[in-house]
Design a protein around this ligand. Structure first.
Ligand SMILES: C[S@@+](CC[C@H](N)C(=O)[O-])C[C@H]1O[C@@H](n2cnc3c(N)ncnc32)[C@H](O)[C@@H]1O
Length: 229
């Protein structure tokens, strides 16, 4: 599969996201539920993937790097990629404060261009797929960036009814069916595929005092040594 030309709708979602996430960057970690989710995702990745101090990791749509920072001691190096320069600025500042020296940042859009580096041992992503119109093409790019035998782990909201975000501009999917991700992993020759619910984000809905729970899944696999991507 090749990267396709963006439709004007896709281009709009992309540009909208850069602007919104740039604006949100400074206060991104002020919401305790985001911090709690990132910790859960990092923990679930530790459980699902045999991390090692030799691994070079790609985190895609890393935001302020909460997951990368949590995993930084478990691996050799992390390349943290996002389309929002402001998010990456916050990541670099926080990594410096926390004396983390093995995270590199890169402003890059994999939906437009493959990465020059294709020797990652692990590709991870958290809460980013639902902002990407063509998740099949994106996951294909994750496989392409991996070494044969490398691992992939993606976390996102399970399909929801459109009430999770206060404003759905820049949202390409109201959550994602983990089975859809599983099918894409199979199509790309993924081995040892797993998927499980790892967390529930609790939110007050706008129109009522009711709390609602939005489940989050992690799906993971290993890239087949013989599969050509
Ligand atoms: C909901 S935030 C999640 C951030 C981080 N992973 C976390 O869990 O806190 C989604 C992130 O995806 C990034 N993003 C959106 N579209 C993107 C794209 N096409 N390529 C790379 N990153 C993108 C945004 O800039 C934002 O940082």
């Amino acid at each position: 599969m090749t990267l396709t030309t963006m439709t004007s709708d896709q281009e709009h979602i992309r540009n909208d996201n850069v602007k919104r996430f740039d604006e949100a960057a400074t206060d991104w970690e002020e919401k305790p539920q985001r911090v709690a989710l990132a910790r859960k995702v990092a923990e679930a990745i530790r459980q699902a993937i045999p991390l090692s101090g030799a691994m070079q990791v790609l985190e895609y749509g890393c935001g302020t790097g909460m997951v990368s920072r949590a995993l930084s001691q478990d691996v050799r190096k992390i390349v943290a990629v996002d389309t929002s320069p402001r998010m990456l600025e916050v990541l670099r500042r926080k990594a410096e404060e926390e004396k983390i020296g093995n995270i590199e940042t890169l402003v890059h859009d994999l939906t437009r261009q493959p990465l020059p580096d294709k020797d990652f041992d692990l590709a991870i992503s958290s809460m980013t797929l639902h902002h990407i119109p063509d998740i099949e093409a994106l996951l294909h790019q994750f496989f392409a960036a991996l070494k044969p035998g490398g691992y992939l782990a993606v976390a996102d909201l399970v399909t929801e009814d459109g009430t999770f975000h206060d404003d759905n501009n820049g949202v390409a999917h109201f959550g994602i069916n983990p089975e859809t991700v599983r099918d894409i992993l199979i199509k790309n020759g993924g081995l040892d595929i797993g998927a499980q619910e790892i967390h529930i984000i609790e939110k007050h809905s706008e129109n009522s005092a009711m709390r609602r729970g939005y489940p989050v899944f992690l799906a993971w696999c290993r890239k087949d040594i013989t599969h050509d991507t």
